[in-house]
Structure formats: structure tokens, C-alpha cells
Design a protein around this ligand. Structure first.
Ligand code: NOJ
Length: 759
């Protein structure tokens, strides 16, 4: 009845008319919901199911391609039986595909065009793990904004980003795509990214729809092996995995993507508990869920469905709204409704969700608004690169700097730049590089040459190649394990230098999808090269270019300076040189723990205490007998060219009520000779609770800038909401009792105070 009234009022006020352009939607029909319902009313069941289907364009495969040929896809587009496409790039190509729908289909529902815009579109920013190390939310919002602008200039109006999978395992290849091990930091970064992509108004033709992915548990793949089972209990799920997704839903992210893994025995794609109950019901989120690539059909391999139709039934009932290049919904949904297995009202709900996003994007007003050739001409890629340089240098983390070897001193007259990644212009672009051109980054060598001036003699030697053969998204990477023919040249150049800059790490295609590793040291012959160089010259600054935490214990013990420079994107070499020469004083902090040995993984700071945290007398406590349990570099760690001294914590009160607050203040002084930035971090611990709580959890941070000798008092407010967790009562609540509060420069070196919550 409701639908009938809506339709009548719609038709009486002008109506859409089956052949009419959707721009003719009468202005009196203002409300998006009314518009959505009006369109839905006119759709046949076949057309509705069509909206739940996503096709891949043949440009950029990121998984096994479907069997359907392009001709058949085209026919189905013309009939209006496709809701969106992915990997269709360029204004021309997206216009072409949109035209097929708009000029041939009955109801003319515009397509959305999705793509993996993960860390930039053409201008490439640091890989997300690296960018998170900046702890600079404004900067991260800005890079997403730029990525959005460059995307729409190429017809793309929907990104499958941000990836907000908390991950504690350096072996997992996709750890580079997320924000590391902490749910609070990941939540803030996710929201900043969503704001950057979506802006305040999704219909603005320079914004794109964002996707919170992968829902859920993908980052907890057992043994860090991609696509593997996630064994996660309810407590772990709610306290550590879901918070970033809740924050994304609250921030109005347009879409969610589910994930490949099973979680507690159920494929996430088929999990009603996750999608329908938590996301759509409890969080009251009204966007749509897209499956991951073929993840509906993959439930057959999980042993969870017997065929495509069965997979479609499970995924759809569970709340997956759109089938990414899987063919399951196309194969099964129509029949399932006709057979009465699926209620058409459920189909309507999914279609409504998709139409709602399309309305918000303004696609019904102008289906071609994101395929605008003029936009590309207005973009200043040069300006974007300037921003990329700034964010890249903010993302660098100084791990070690013995005897202040850095910044490079003016006495250094001869520098040897050595290593397989020193002159590499491709690796800094990283994996998931969208339309970032191969070999387009500024290399470290180029950056150093540009910054050093004419008085410094610079020599270069590769030492040994890292990856050999063809490199691409889908192909396995071959690492050089044998060729050391360049060692002699590198050694002789090192012998003659005042300072050696060694540039080692990982190839761009050592991390990313399907790139999990059981070993996380310096791959190939790099460790050997480092040790050989060290024999002839110990004055070494090691620059690491990588997408995951590496096991670099030997280097940490022997090499005087270590700079974590991730894969920093287009302006990598300039940004690294800015840091090496002291033009930028490093301020980055690790968003993930670095292990002493790979056997410590998964490794994370916000762990539980265990019943046997420590013993001086015997071995029967929770550690290892060969390596201690502490990380090499803890979460939140990062040095500066200056020193910061923390005073004692002052609390405004030692007790608080549920509606009260306590102010925590700490004076921080720059005791060094240069100005610097510091990320002051706040952690809390709930000492006794209905569930064992972590030994500390990040709850706040502030970046301050101090001149030499300057002191600032940093203040944090603690309120009851910050003390909540998913408790034994299966709800978010705080529990009365004692808490510890910590403030400091990283998750290990902290000042401590205590307070009590009374309820
Ligand atoms: C599979 C990946 O898991 C997902 O993150 C990505 O967005 C899709 N492929 C599309 O490329």
C-alpha cells in the first residue's frame, strides 16, 4: 500500500516515465527514499536482480576472470541487468559503458564504476601502513581527497578503500594496505580517508564513494597466510576487529565490502551475523555491501555451499547486496525468488540500498557527471606531487640514530649509495598502485643527488638485484638468491666513502594481495650484502623500503642509523632526502610492532597479560627460550633529531563518576638543539574486568611541535565512554574499578598514574 501511494504521488507529479531521462525526476519528489521507492516499484524482478550484479571490465584483472565474454556483458548492460562495473578506466570507457545502459535499457539506472584506489590514483602516496605512520589525520584526508579528484577525472566514482582490517601479523601480505595493529588508530585513519574520498556531499562531482573493507576478520588470517581462516572469538571480534568498521558506518561510508575468509567457521560473505545483524540492524547503516571478488562463489570451495545457486542463497540471505564478478546472483537469485526460497522484499531492500547510494552520488541527475573530460584539464599534478612529498616525509620513521650520524653532516664529502632499491624508481610506487605509472617515483639516489649539492661526491652501486624477471599484480615474484656479482663494486665504493647510505627492503610486489611470506628478513642476498659492506665501512645509514614490518635484528644491533621509509610513493626519493639531510625532522611513529624474530608473530602491544607474565627465577612464564617476547621496535615508536623529555602525569582527580571526567596533563620539553614534532600518546588499562583486558590500549594522541628548550603541557580528557569495552555482558559498557593511565612517546616508554571509576 505504501509503495502504491508513493508511486501514485510520483506519477501525478510528473513521473519518471519509462523512456524518460532520469533527470526529469520532479523536484517535488525531494526525498531520496521516495525516489528510490518510486523507481523500485517500476522494476521487474529481473531488473532488480540485475542491480545486484557487478561486472569487471577487461582492463585490470585482480582475480580469476569470469567465463562471460565481453559481448554477453554488453548485451546485459543494454538490458539494464548490471548495477555496477569495476576496473573500467578512462572518461571514454566509462561513458561508453554508461551509454549502453542509458540509451538502451528500460529504466535507465546509471552504473557506478569502482576501482581499487588504495593510495592514490596517478599521484601515488605512501602505502597505507606507511602513511599511517605519519599519525597525521589531516594529511591522510588530503591524500584521499586528491586521489578522489584524480579518480573522477578518469571516470572512476567509487573506490574500494579504505582497508580497515586491523592486523597483527607481519607475514600477511596485505598488512601494507591497512593501518596496522591498533583499532583506535585504524578507526581514525579510516574516517579521515572516508571524509577525504566522500567529502561533505557525495553528489559533488569531485568526490567518490568509499568502501570499508574487508568485513570482517580478514586481517586475522591464521599464520598470516592470505585468504586463510580467521579464528576469532566474539570478544576479539567486537573489541579489536569491528571498531574501525563501526566508525566507518557512523561516518557514513557509502559501501562495505565483505571478505574472503571464514570467521568462526562461517565465510564472512555468508555471515548473517556480521552483515544483516551487526552492520544493518544494530548499526542501522543504510549503504550496500559488495562482495569481494568472487567471494560468493568461493563459498563452494569453503565447503559451505554446494553450487552457485546455493552460494547465492546463503550470501544474499546473509546480507551481501552485490556480487562482484562472481556470477552467483545472476545464476541463482531469480529462481530462488520464484521458488519462494527468497522473499522479494529482501531483494527490494538490497536494490533500495544500491539506488540510495546512486541517488546520493547524483547519478540520476547526470549519469555522466563523473566522466567529465574537463576535470582532467583542471588538475595540477605538480601540486599533487608537492602534497605527496610532504605526506611521504611525514611518514618516515627514524628507528635508530647512534652518535647522531643523521642528519648528514656537512663534513661528509663522499657518499656511497648502495643497494638494490637505491636507484629503483618503481618499488616506491608499491603494490595496489592504481594508475601510478611504473618507474615514475623519484629514487633515493635521485633524491640524494638533488639535495646534496655539488660539493659532495656521490657514488652508486646496486650490489645485487632484488627481484628478477617479470613483475606484475598477479604473477609470483622471483627473488635473486644467488647473483652476487655486483658485491665487489659495492664494497670498493663503500670503502672509499665517508658515509654509506644502504637502501634495502622489499620489492613492491612482496606485499599486497596473495603476497604473504613465512620469512620476513631482508630478502635474497641483501643481508649478506649489508654485512659485507659493514666489514669495510661501519658508517652506515640504512634506509628501508618495505610494506610490512621486517625482521632486522642484526641491523638494529650493528648499523648505527636506520630509517624506515616504507614505499612512499611518487615523491619517495625527495622525501627521504629531506629527512636524511635534516630539511625535515622525522616525526613518524610505527603503527605496527617490529619483531625480533618472525616466530613472535602475531605480535602486538595491546595483548593480554596472561597468567604468567614474568618470572626471574624459572622458565615457566609466557615468553620464548631463544628470543624474549618484546618487539624489536614497539608500536608507536619513532625517534627525532631532537629529544623530548616527559614530565610526570598530573590527574585532575583520582576518582570519577560515570558522567564525570578526569583531565590528564603531561609537560613535554624539547631538550635538543632543533625544533621537532612529537606524537604524544595516551594509553589506558582496565585492571580488573569481566573479561581479561589488554595491558594497555591507545585511547588518544596529540601531535605537538616544540622549539629547542620549549615546553608544552599536553592535556587529554578521560571520560566514561573511553573506558567502555565489549564486556562479558556482550555489550559495550564500562565497569567500575581501577584503571592505569599512561602517557609517553611510544607504547613501551610511558609515564604512569592511576584512577578509579565509580558507578
Ligand atoms: C580482491 C581484493 O580482496 C579486494 O580488496 C579488491 O577490492 C577486489 N579484489 C577488487 O579488485
Amino acid at each position: 500500500m505504501k509503495k502504491y501511494i508513493i508511486l501514485m504521488s510520483f506519477l501525478l507529479t510528473g513521473g519518471l516515465g519509462l523512456q524518460a531521462q532520469n533527470s526529469e525526476i520532479p523536484s517535488s519528489v525531494k526525498n531520496v527514499e521516495t525516489k528510490v521507492d518510486s523507481i523500485l516499484f517500476m522494476m521487474t524482478l529481473e531488473e532488480k536482480v540485475g542491480q545486484l550484479v557487478q561486472y569487471n571490465g577487461s582492463w585490470d584483472l585482480t582475480g580469476p576472470a569470469s567465463e562471460m565474454g565481453n559481448k554477453e556483458k554488453e548485451e546485459r548492460l543494454k538490458k539494464g541487468l548490471v548495477g555496477s562495473m569495476l576496473n573500467v578506466l578512462s572518461v571514454e570507457a566509462t561513458r561508453e559503458a554508461q551509454k549502453l545502459v542509458m540509451e538502451n535499457s528500460r529504466i535507465k539506472i546509471p552504473l557506478m564504476f569502482g576501482y581499487d584506489v588504495i593510495h592514490g590514483y596517478k599521484t601515488i602516496f605512501p602505502v597505507p601502513l606507511g602513511e599511517t605512520a605519519s599519525w597525521d589525520l589531516e594529511a591522510m584526508e588530503k591524500s584521499a581527497r586528491i586521489a578522489a579528484i584524480e579518480s573522477v577525472a578518469d571516470g572512476v566514482n567509487w573506490t574500494f578503500s579504505p582497508m580497515i582490517d586491523v592486523s597483527r601479523d607481519a607475514r600477511w601480505g596485505r598488512i601494507m594496505e591497512g593501518s596496522g595493529e591498533d583499532p583506535y588508530l585504524t578507526s581514525l585513519v579510516g574516517v579521515a580517508k572516508i571524509k577525504g574520498y566522500q567529502g561533505d556531499d557525495l553528489s559533488d562531482s569531485t568526490t567518490i564513494a568509499a568502501t570499508a573493507k574487508h568485513f570482517a576478520g580478514y586481517g586475522f588470517a591464521e599464520a598470516g597466510r592470505d585468504y586463510n581462516t580467521a579464528n576469532v572469538g566474539e570478544y576479539e571480534l567486537h573489541n579489536f576487529i569491528l571498531p574501525p568498521f563501526k566508525a566507518a558506518a557512523d561516518a557514513g561510508v557509502a559501501t562495505f565490502m565483505n571478505s574472503f575468509n571464514t570467521i568462526d567457521g562461517t565465510p564472512a560473505t555468508g555471515s548473517k551475523m556480521l552483515q544483516r545483524d551487526i552492520l544493518k540492524r544494530d548499526w542501522n547503516w543504510n549503504g550496500f555491501v559488495v562482495s569481494d571478488w568472487g567471494s560468493i562463489t568461493e563459498m563452494i570451495y569453503h565447503g559451505f555451499s554446494k553450487d552457485k545457486k546455493h552460494a547465492a542463497e546463503i550470501a544474499f540471505k546473509a546480507g551481501s547486496d552485490m556480487d562482484m564478478e562472481g556470477g552467483a546472483y545472476e545464476a541463482g537469485l531469480l529462481e530462488l525468488v520464484e521458488e519462494g526460497e527468497i522473499d522479494e522484499s529482501l531483494i527490494d531492500d538490497a536494490v533500495e540500498r544500491i539506488l540510495r547510494v546512486k541517488f546520493k552520488m547524483g547519478l540520476f541527475e547526470d549519469p555522466y557527471r563523473y566522466s567529465n573530460p574537463e576535470l582532467a584539464e583542471q588538475i595540477s599534478y605538480e601540486e599533487h606531487r608537492e602534497v605527496a612529498r610532504d605526506i611521504a616525509r611525514k611518514s618516515v620513521v627514524l628507528l635508530k640514530n647512534e652518535d647522531d650520524i643523521l642528519p648528514i653532516k656537512s663534513e661528509v664529502q663522499k657518499m656511497a649509495i648502495i643497494g638494490p632499491l637505491a636507484a629503483d624508481k618503481d618499488t616506491p610506487i608499491g603494490n595496489w598502485r592504481a594508475q601510478g605509472e611504473a618507474n615514475s617515483a623519484v629514487s633515493v639516489l635521485e633524491g640524494i643527488k638533488a639535495a646534496a649539492g655539488d660539493n659532495v661526491e656521490i657514488t652508486y652501486a646496486e650490489g645485487a638485484p632484488l627481484g628478477i624477471g617479470e613483475r606484475s599484480f598477479l604473477m609470483p615474484l622471483e627473488i635473486n638468491e644467488t647473483d652476487k656479482s655486483g658485491f665487489a663494486d659495492a664494497i670498493s665504493k663503500a670503502e672509499n666513502a665517508d658515509l654509506v647510505i644502504m637502501v634495502l627492503g622489499e620489492d613492491a610486489f612482496q606485499t599486497g594481495e596473495g603476497r604473504s611470506q613465512a620469512k620476513i628478513g631482508l630478502a635474497g642476498v641483501q643481508q649478506e650484502l649489508l654485512e659485507e659492506i659493514y666489514k669495510v665501512n661501519q658508517n652506515i645509514a640504512l634506509v628501508l623500503i618495505n610494506g610490512r614490518p621486517l625482521e632486522i635484528t642484526w641491523a638494529a644491533e650493528n648499523i648505527p642509523a636506520i630509517v624506515e621509509a616504507w614505499q612512499l610513493g611518487s615523491e619517495s626519493g625527495h622525501a627521504i632526502a629531506d629527512v636524511l639531510f635534516g630539511k625535515y625532522n622525522p616525526s613518524g611513529k610505527l603503527p605496527v610492532s617490529f619483531p625480533k624474530a618472525v616466530g613472535q608473530e602475531p605480535l602486538y602491544y595491546n595483548q593480554q597479560n596472561t597468567g604468567r607474565p614474568y618470572s626471574e627465577e624459572h622458565v615457566t612464564f609466557s615468553s620464548y627460550t631463544d628470543v624474549d617476547k618484546e618487539p624489536l621496535y614497539p608500536f608507536g615508536f619513532g625517534l627525532s633529531y631532537t629529544d623530548f623529555e616527559y614530565g610526570e602525569i598530573q590527574l585532575s582527580a583520582e576518582e570519577m563518576n560515570a558522567n564525570g571526567e578526569i583531565m590528564v596533563s603531561v609537560p613535554v620539553t624539547n631538550t635538543g638543539d632543533v625544533a621537532g614534532k612529537e606524537v604524544v600518546q595516551l594509553y589506558l588499562r582496565d585492571l580488573v574486568a569481566s573479561k581479561a583486558r589488554p595491558i594497555k590500549e591507545l585511547k588518544g594522541f596529540e601531535m605537538i611541535e616544540l622549539n629547542p628548550g620549549e615546553t608544552k603541557t599536553v592535556e587529554f580528557i578521560i571520560d566514561e565512554e573511553m573506558l567502555r569495552f565489549y564486556s562479558a555482558n556482550k555489550k559495550w559498557e564500562s565497569e567500575a574499578g581501577d584503571f592505569e593511565v599512561f602517557v609517553g612517546t611510544n607504547s613501551r616508554d610511558l609515564k604512569k598514574a592511576e584512577f578509579t571509576l565509580n558507578k
